[in-house]
Design a protein around this ligand. Structure first.
Ligand code: TXA
Ligand code: MG
Length: 349
């Protein structure tokens, strides 16, 4: 692809008149010209384009190097935009929207085919979310169209949680970047399919299963998330993802067990990285130790996860060992992302 002059707009997310902010206006203009613009959401940076235009959506897949059978999430700024994109709104979705929108929950609806068929990768359903970020909402509103956006990383890399990550992956490949500071949640939205009863969680994310069940009662979880060899219902879940350059191994066991693994690799001349937490970082001896938040507050682990994975690329380590996390609450999303990044490589004591 030809190299683009990527524009860079810095906006203050606390600005009270964001919709009329000249930087947002300019970024929106590029979306209206069917170009691709990266922007912050509360989860990760998104790579946005006009969801109604085949031409615009083709540019997202090209910029990311994303397989075209992996559908995109459509971002809206107002609930009134939803009616024009879907066949119907199930009761479970009504309740979830009331509880969690704007926020890190993506809901799958029956599509009425208004969005480009490239957005849905030919499926009859469409994924929609309303992000909880003033810059995202202002941009979508200023553009006046629903905005399809995957995470703004090169396909396979960790998702971007600040504008620098986006620049690193996509400078020269997209029309512009709106820098609204670091994102907060750090892992992507939860994807839930409300076209079946009970609703099915296809991807764990920023809203936990426990939070969802408190609103709509028991939900199902896509078997591919818990059993090996099952084809995922969410096409994106079948790819290796979020991966740093060096191989990553999740270690479930004691500090001593982990230290033995580290020592073996170092003895064979390898530069070894460890992904630990603030509580545990002092317990290891390795070449590079990255503390990813506080284990006792999984929100901080989710927030820092992708930045920590990207840090190992800069340090040029040969192998990375990561601690594991409990699979409840936000831990489900954290372990899901770590497992993808590790290509499923887990060592148990
Ligand atoms: O937090 C997020 O969700 C971020 C920000 C930018 O909003 N976006 C994001 O997009 O994570 P992406 O493209 O990286 O992941 C979208 C996921 C993929 O796993 C995809 O397969 C799934 O949503 N998906 C999209 N449309 C779908 C559909 N109609 N049915 C099933 N899964 C769908
Ligand atoms: Mg992604």
């Amino acid at each position: 692809m030809s190299r683009l002059d990527t524009k860079y707009w810095v906006v203050d997310k606390k600005d009270e008149k964001l919709t009329t902010n000249p930087q947002i206006q300019e970024a929106a203009l590029w979306i209206n010209k069917n170009e691709v613009v990266a922007f912050p959401t509360e989860t990760v940076y998104g790579l946005g384009a006009n969801a109604l235009s085949d031409e615009a959506i083709a540019k997202i897949y090209e910029a990311k190097g994303r397989p075209s059978d992996n559908p995109l999430i459509v971002h809206i700024a107002k609930e009134s935009q939803l009616q024009s994109l879907v066949k119907s709104i199930p009761e479970s979705a009504e309740k979830l929207m009331a509880a969690f929108w704007p926020g890190p929950l993506t809901i799958i609806f029956e599509s009425n085919s208004t969005v480009s068929s490239k957005v849905t990768a030919g499926l009859s359903t469409v994924a929609i979310r309303m992000p909880d970020h003033p810059v995202a909402l202002a941009l979508i509103e200023a553009a006046g169209v629903p905005v399809a956006a995957p995470s703004a990383n090169l396909s396979g890399k960790p998702s971007p949680t600040n504008a620098e990550h986006v620049l690193h992956d996509l400078q020269g490949r997209i029309a512009g970047i709106v820098d609204g500071g670091p994102t907060g949640v750090g892992v992507e939205s939860t994807v839930i399919d409300c076209t079946s009863t009970p609703a099915i969680i296809l991807r764990p994310g920023g809203i936990t299963r426990e939070e969802i069940e408190a609103v709509i009662g028991p939900v199902a979880v896509d078997k591919a998330l818990t059993e090996k060899g099952q084809a995922p219902k969410s096409p994106g879940m079948k790819y290796t993802h979020y991966a740093p350059k060096a191989p990553l191994v999740i270690v479930l066991g004691s500090n001593t067990f982990m230290q033995n693994l580290i020592d073996k690799e170092r003895q064979s001349g390898k530069k070894v990285g460890v992904l630990a937490t603030e509580e545990s970082k002092q317990r290891y001896k390795a070449d590079v130790i990255v503390a990813c938040g506080y284990r006792e507050d999984l929100k901080t682990v989710a927030r820092d996860l992708y930045d920590s994975l990207r840090a190992f690329d800069k340090e040029m380590v040969d192998i990375i060992f990561s601690e594991g996390f409990p699979r409840t609450g936000l831990g489900e999303a954290i372990m899901n992302r770590l497992e993808k990044a590790a290509g499923g490589h887990i060592i148990k004591e």
